[in-house]
Design a protein around this ligand. Structure first.
Ligand code: PGA
Length: 256
């Protein structure tokens, strides 16, 4: 069975709750015909409730969160729990995003704890991994990816792995306009799939969806998405424009 493409828009710290309705009006119209791609919107926490309310349980466009506490409840001022997200029909959560790692000290161990909590709450983690420019220049990209996969996923069962989506996001390509070439991205995706196969078996790894993220645009999406091991895109900047994001979704529609 071919893997269904998955396209997610991470709005990061953009979009107020009142900007959601006009965005969705355009985005829903432009993607109305698409049912062969899994589409997920990842608003900031303050816009989740509004987005959830407008989507009103539609299966066609799903909801993700940008972050989540590894703890289930309690005295953690400023944190948001998995249960709170579930309550708003959130189905996915980003874990280990490079901005969380770099700016907020999220380690592989924290990513791992969030993954365990998310899985226990039936929220599917999107684990983000990727090397920095220095690491790539030193030829260390594969060992960095392997370390991040191992740090966040070691010990998970095959069933748990089936619920996880991995996003390869080279740090040097995020928000910089410098996207990885389709060949560079394909080679990293192949490496990730081989690691999953080695650890959990090929049955699981052949089902796993691996997304590419880092300066994906309406212009470069088609080439990236046509690589054999690229199963979708995690889009930041370009997802803020509903028309541009809809074009990226269209680029993921499989050819007849
Ligand atoms: P970008 O962000 O598309 O703006 O590069 C991607 C991401 O951080 O997921």
């Amino acid at each position: 069975m071919p893997r269904k493409k998955f396209v997610a828009g991470n709005w990061k710290m953009n979009m107020t709750s009142s900007e959601v309705a006009p965005y969705l009006e355009i985005f829903r119209r432009e993607t109305e015909h698409v049912d062969t791609v899994d589409i997920t919107l990842i608003p900031p926490f303050t816009a989740l409730a509004k987005t959830s309310e407008i989507l009103d349980g539609t299966q066609r466009i799903r909801l993700g969160a940008q972050n989540m506490s590894p703890e289930l409840k309690g005295a953690y001022t400023g944190e948001i729990s998995a249960t709170m997200l579930r309550d708003l029909y959130v189905r996915f959560v980003l874990v280990g995003h490079s901005e969380r790692r770099r700016l907020f000290g999220e380690t592989d161990e924290i990513a791992r704890r969030k993954i365990i909590t998310a899985l226990a709450t039936e929220i599917r983690p999107i684990l983000c991994i990727g090397e920095t420019l220095e690491e790539r220049q030193a030829g260390q990209e594969n060992s960095v990816l392997e370390g991040q996969l191992q740090g966040a996923l070691a010990g998970l069962t095959k069933d748990q792995l089936d619920e996880i989506i991995v996003a390869y996001e080279p740090v040097w390509a995020i928000g910089t306009g410098l996207n990885a070439t389709p060949e560079q991205a394909q080679s990293a995706h192949r490496f990730i799939r081989d690691y999953l196969a080695k650890t959990w078996g090929t049955e699981v790894s052949s089902r796993s969806r691996i997304l590419y993220g880092g300066s994906v645009t309406a212009e470069n999406a088609r080439k990236l998405l046509s690589q054999p091991d690229i199963d979708g895109a995690l889009v930041g900047g370009a997802s803020l424009d509903p028309r541009a994001f809809a074009e990226i979704v269209s680029a993921a529609v499989p050819a007849e």
